[in-house]
Ligand binder design. Structure first.
Ligand SMILES: Nc1nc2c(ncn2[C@@H]2O[C@H](COP(=O)(O)OP(=O)(O)OP(=O)(O)O)[C@@H](O)[C@H]2O)c(=O)[nH]1
Ligand SMILES: [Mg+2]
Length: 294
């Protein structure tokens, strides 16, 4: 993660800056604590993490720089379970899922670029059969990225497009298939069942593929994303997340409840609309981006 992530986290950082300003005062009053609580909640770290931090503050430290390191340590520890997303030698399929507009198609293209660059032979599969423009959008991305592209303009059956995509990847000996799916809300039962079907097809018909379910989480959507991610997890075991749109007005604190509550690691962050605007997630640098210099 480089400066673009640090830049994207400036909003969260300024909130923590305020907190440490308050903490640098001689005596912390009950009102101060309330104000700190309010500021922390605004960073999207969620109620539980806010409570943890307040506890650390209440336990006290001799000076605010000790408090800062204690809070940083707590946040980094929350991300301890982080692991890099390793694409092994065997064939792999990444199914990109998420709610409407959360950045699935763009992320699929970014991932295609990322893994092409490290030498993988990538196929992008357009399994969003709902939005007329979706196939075209992914096709344009595949041309820019320079990877293979599978679609079926006449199919209304995403699972069958995925089937074709995986068969084709086998025939061409491609290593990595990235499937772009339609946006859906967890309340849409039909669409969620369709996602289950895509997963069944992969698991039952293509056991030689390692399947990774990746959810895109729009960083600016806040705590709602947790409910959505949990519901997607009930349909397909979510292996990892990409936090999209961290640039712009995003807050970034959502990472902590994602690890803490849902045990979903964040492997990449999206910091722009181009295919190069994807950064690998690094927990220590991320926490530094939120708190350092504050
Ligand atoms: N600034 C910024 N914009 C992003 C990022 N990722 C995606 N976008 C933008 O968000 C909008 C939606 O992105 P898509 O990739 O089409 O989202 P989607 O989830 O595929 O949308 P549906 O297929 O309609 O559900 C587009 O305008 C993208 O350019 C990001 O990391 N940063
Ligand atoms: Mg899309």
């Amino acid at each position: 993660m480089i400066n673009s992530v640090i830049k994207a986290l400036s909003n969260s950082r300024s909130k923590f800056f305020k907190v440490f300003n308050i903490l640098s005062e001689n005596k912390i009053s009950a009102q101060d604590i309330e104000l700190i609580e309010q500021i922390l909640v605004e960073t999207d770290i969620g109620y539980d993490v806010t409570t943890d931090i307040i506890e650390i503050i209440k336990k006290g430290a001799n000076n605010s720089s000790d408090l800062k390191s204690n809070i940083k340590l707590h946040l980094v520890t929350m991300l301890n379970s982080h692991q890099e997303l390793k694409i092994k030698e065997e064939k792999t399929v990444i199914v990109v899922v998420g709610v409407n507009g959360s950045g699935k198609t763009t992320t699929a293209a970014k991932l295609a670029k990322f893994y092409s660059r490290v030498g993988k032979k990538v196929t992008l599969v357009a399994a969003d059969t709902y939005r007329a423009a979706a196939v075209e959008q992914l096709k344009i991305w595949s041309e820019r990225v320079g990877c293979r592209f599978i679609f079926n303009q006449n199919s209304t059956e995403p699972a069958s497009v995925v089937f074709n995509g995986l068969e084709s990847a086998i025939a061409k000996d491609d290593d990595l298939v990235i499937v772009d799916t339609a946006g859906r809300l967890h309340t849409s039962n039909n669409l969620m069942q369709e996602l289950a079907k895509i997963n069944r097809v992969i698991e039952n018909r293509f056991p030689q593929f390692t399947k990774i379910s990746l959810i895109t989480i729009d960083a600016s959507l806040g705590q709602n994303s947790l409910v959505q991610a949990r519901e997607f997890g009930n349909i397909c075991n979510i292996d990892c997340a990409v936090l999209t749109k961290l640039d712009g007005t995003a807050k970034g604190g959502i990472v902590f409840p994602l690890y803490d509550k849902l045990k979903i690691p964040v492997n990449f962050v999206g910091v722009g609309e181009g295919f190069d605007d994807l950064r690998e997630f690094n927990p220590i640098k991320y926490v530094d981006g939120i708190i350092d210099n504050a």
